[in-house]
Design a protein. Structure first.
Length: 227
């Protein structure tokens, strides 16, 4: 008997709830006070700047050189320029690099007179040679750096190499300079293990685009690449 009364009471409670929902529909359809899908994913009129984290490779491998212009072609005779100690560089002549004065000096007038086969081959095909080479053309003497006049002309006309670090810094600086309404952050490798966000616990602090770009010059390579 008691069980039947409990079942009847439960049934009455359900009926009352349904009846009240028809009489007071605003109560049944009350706005949820907690954030739901509509609040989280709905359209908002607020403008939020995107955050971009640049993971910059400043490891030792970034000191490696890459060709940034058109590659050297020994079949092409490049226009002469005055880059050989103030004089025009003759295409078939060999010049020695003087690091003290930072200049190219005439060493051998005619590439074809070189008897050292390995030096002649590299100078002919690559335009440069680092090794032993006498002015007589033999494979002896001290190790030095040489280049043909044609190769030096190519360098002066926009050919040549740059380090990967220099190119990466230039590209990133241009990106930040031409991007507006974006928050940039940068992560670097540590000198030992792991990495860090630039500006947190080191000297790369920045508070805007200008400071960020200026601090690009302080990035050095020589850290470890961690995986």
């Amino acid at each position: 008997m008691k069980n039947l009364l409990k079942e009847d009471n439960a049934g009455y409670a359900v009926l009352i709830a349904i009846f009240l929902s028809f009489i007071f529909p605003q109560a049944a359809g009350a706005v949820d006070q907690y954030p739901g899908d509509t609040v989280i994913y709905g359209v908002s009129s607020d403008t939020i700047a995107p955050n971009v984290l640049v993971i910059f490779d400043n490891s030792g491998s970034m000191n490696g050189d890459i060709i940034t212009g058109n590659p050297y072609d020994h079949h092409t005779v490049y226009p002469q320029v005055q880059s050989c100690n103030g004089s025009y560089c003759a295409a078939d002549s060999v010049y020695r690099w003087r690091s003290k004065g930072k200049k190219w000096e005439l060493y051998i007038s005619d590439l074809n007179t070189i008897s050292c086969s390995k030096a002649k081959k590299k100078l002919t095909n690559k335009g440069t040679y680092t090794g032993k080479l006498r002015q007589s053309g033999s494979c002896s003497g001290k190790k030095r750096s040489f280049a043909t006049g044609n190769y030096i002309n190519w360098l002066a006309l926009g050919g040549g190499t740059r380090t990967k670090l220099e190119v990466a810094k230039e590209v990133l600086t241009n990106l930040v300079s031409t991007s507006y309404g974006v928050n940039f952050g940068m992560m670097l490798f540590n000198t030992s293990d792991g990495g860090h966000i630039a500006g947190v616990g080191d000297s790369f602090g920045y508070s805007g685009y200008d400071a960020y770009i200026n601090n690009m010059d302080a990035i050095f390579s020589g850290t470890e690449t961690n995986r």
